[in-house]
Design a protein around this ligand. Structure first.
Ligand SMILES: O=C(O)CCC(=O)C(=O)O
Ligand SMILES: [Fe+2]
Length: 392
């Protein structure tokens, strides 16, 4: 695939797709982008600040399509005139708002995915149960633990290299953890083969690999994001929602002779991506980076200073923005397995729908902005010179 045509790597979540295509410029998976029809525009609004003294109704006894707790929590944000109206009126008003954010098609898809996970979890026997809850001392190397506990830009910089702007690399996982996770993945794949269970692959560009969240590792990986990746992202990736990361997609990718060979040029469906090599023995498989781009500029040419290649090493992490265009070269011998954690911020995604200026992180937007400023200054100078000349 050409390195000036980056694919937006999607994350198929419905479990039914068996023919992923990584071709062409796709769209990131978001609310509203899956052919979902929104209810017509409505003037229903919530207040910015809650009425803290208001005691919300209880909705437990109603047959609702959203959690009763959601209604009780939302009630405090209703316009004051509605606070004392009937429960039915309030439900009607709040439901219409909720549907705008979480339409029916999306809810059905989430429900199906929940059932798919449940089916796996109730049948699959884990090999290493200690992987399923966060044991930081056993998982991470001491330098990483120290940097996280000190929780400052300085402590992070002490353990990190930034070989190219926005690409951070650091020692992270203990060899024993890597070995155990590899064994767990192998165990899961054996179970899949034996039971002929049809599993979903991690995204639209991988034919191999497994979604760790789907066989019980989601709680541990959520903790990994919240307690370890978010503090770092808060410092280095604030402008893409680094401090508000609130969901993740955790998976492994596998390359080798009887696996995927390489990975085309793409952007991830994430705000921040953590990529850690778990092993095993391999050659090749370098990651190549080619600059950060917004949707509009995803295929704009690479500047020489944006070219950066990275060689994976077991236990070493790479952290980058999801919109940092990248790909993986062919793994020429052996087998390479990497742990990927795509971290997302719902707040950032919501804000992005309304705020079009992406010059704080898209390198091309930044270049265009600087060029406009340069031209404006040049035009002002010329104007001043002309005025000076006519005044003489
Ligand atoms: O193979 C790799 O190391 C890169 C994987 C990757 O970029 C992805 O899965 O999003
Ligand atoms: Fe990626």
């Amino acid at each position: 695939m050409s390195q000036d045509g980056a694919t937006a790597m999607d994350w198929k979540k419905d479990g039914q797709s068996t023919n992923p295509t990584g071709n062409g410029i796709g769209n990131c998976s978001r609310n509203g982008s899956n052919g979902v029809v929104y209810p017509p525009y409505s003037s229903h609004r919530l207040r910015l600040n809650p009425s803290v003294d208001h005691k919300p109704d209880n909705y437990d006894d109603l047959q609702l399509d959203f959690s009763p707790l959601l209604f009780s929590s939302l009630e405090r944000y209703l316009p004051p005139a509605l606070l004392n109206s009937s429960r039915d009126q309030k439900v009607h008003y709040m439901r219409e708002i909720l549907l705008r954010y979480f339409p029916e098609g999306e809810r059905t898809r989430v429900q199906k995915h929940r059932e798919y996970r449940q089916k796996i979890i109730s049948n699959y026997q884990p090999l290493h149960r200690e992987l399923y809850t966060m044991h930081a001392q056993n998982f991470f190397v001491p330098s990483f633990l120290k940097a996280i506990s000190e929780n400052s830009e300085e402590s992070f910089r002490n353990i990190m290299c930034e070989p190219s702007p926005g690409v951070f690399t650091f020692e992270m996982l203990q060899p024993r953890f890597c070995e155990m996770l590899l064994a767990e993945v192998e165990n899961f794949e054996r179970w899949v083969r034996e039971t002929k269970f049809r599993i979903m692959r991690p995204n639209t560009m991988n034919r191999f690999g497994a979604v760790l969240d789907d066989f019980g590792l989601d709680a541990m990986l959520e903790k990994l994001m919240e307690d370890f990746i978010r503090p770092i992202s808060r410092v280095f990736f604030t402008e893409v929602g680094g401090s508000t990361l609130d969901s993740h997609h955790g998976f492994v990718v596998e390359y080798g002779m009887d696996r995927d060979v390489d990975l085309g040029f793409h952007v991830d469906d994430s705000e921040v991506t953590l990529n850690v090599c778990l092993g095993k023995q391999f050659s090749g498989g370098e990651l190549f980076f080619r600059g950060v781009r917004c949707e509009k500029h995803v295929n704009v040419e690479t500047q020489p200073e944006e070219i950066f290649d990275y060689t994976h090493a077991m236990g070493r992490a790479v952290l980058h923005r999801g919109r940092h265009r990248h790909g993986a070269r062919a793994t020429t011998s052996g087998q390479r397995i990497n742990l990927l954690l795509w971290c997302r911020s719902s707040v950032f995604r919501e804000i992005r729908k309304h705020q079009k200026d992406t010059s704080s992180w898209c390198a091309e937007c930044q270049r265009n902005k600087k060029e406009r400023q340069r031209q404006a200054i040049a035009a002002t100078k010329l104007e001043l010179l002309k005025r000076g000349a006519t005044a003489i």
